[in-house]
Design a protein around this ligand. Sequence first.
Ligand SMILES: [Zn+2]
Length: 406
Amino acid sequence: MSRWLLTALLLLWPALTALAEPTSSRITGLRFGGGQSQTRIVIDSDKPLTFKTFSSQDGGERIVVDLPKVRWSLGGLTAESGRGDGEGLVQAYRYAHNSSTSSRLTFELKAPARLARSFALPPAGDDPHYRIVLDLRPIEPSALSAPVAAKSSPERASPVRAAPPAATPRPAIDPARRPLIVIDPGHGGRDPGAVSSSGLREKDVTLEIARLIKDELMASGRYRVALTRTRDEFIELETRVERARNLGADLFISLHADAGSNSSVRGASVYTLSAEGEKRAEEVRHRNDWILDVETDSSRPREVNDILADLVQRETKNQSSRFAQMLIPALSEAGWPALANTHRKRGFFVLLNPDVPAVLLEMGFMTHPADEAMLVSDARRARLAGGVLAAIDVFFSREAPLLAER
Ligand SMILES: [Zn+2]
């Protein structure tokens, strides 16, 4: 080795070792959106971050985010610790290093709130930041297991029973934070949906099976459930979507059993929003002023808000697809026949909620005699409900790191 090269290496050595050491991420921004009914917190960083969230034991007065050791550069100021005012449900926040290897961000809440969702997003568009997004919703005891129609309805929430022995990994769910599943029985009232040759109406089948799925989910003790309709009434599609959104649904499942054009085709299929549908979602969002929380932050340029909204939608779409892909095998396993290519994408209106993962389950064809028999059989319906519960369990176990530490 030449002396020159050796000298060069020695000179470079400190730089090389510095490169080998991982440099910590920098938290560059902390933003709030929304209001008292729902608050979104966005944490910006220059590198992707793993994070853990938990809330104080005393009833959601504090939300804590634990991070690997980071550098705090909030408001253009780099500091070891600091604090600031919150917005919406957040009174104030504090940040500091928690240990030699970890950092902690604490949000003091104005009112008891739960972490409805949390997920990480990569940089997109012009925005170079990685983000952690946290959605807070107020804890309202009255919302637990309340049907959507608050009017007196014959349907009552089933008593919560102890969870059965676990066959699949069960998410550990704090009762106050049980995910809210909104089930949408298709059609109703003056809209019967498909009608079989024997006179069976889709609107009745969807409502009966929706109730059954609700009972199954409630009996697990792991979920809150609401139906978009609890009786034979006509409800606009737009209203169904709105109700799910207003309730703060974590998952939306629309039930249908339509007429098949080909009488030899039978079985269930699951739909998620198609690209066309997404465009429509965008239109609907603007038309109805369905404000994604990120949009309500007027202190940010509109382009940034749009990017955030787009990212939230993309994450929602991914979650919908993941649930669809879990639902199909779960139904098959429950002995419910499914079409070969069962995960399809279409622009169904009821799937248009921009920030609620949503699928449309076509349970079978009213026009196929075998499907019709299956759709009215108590035993088969019970299997279907079991299959839906199994898929939801898998979804919330896997999505747990994304949706929050429930
Ligand atoms: Zn239908």
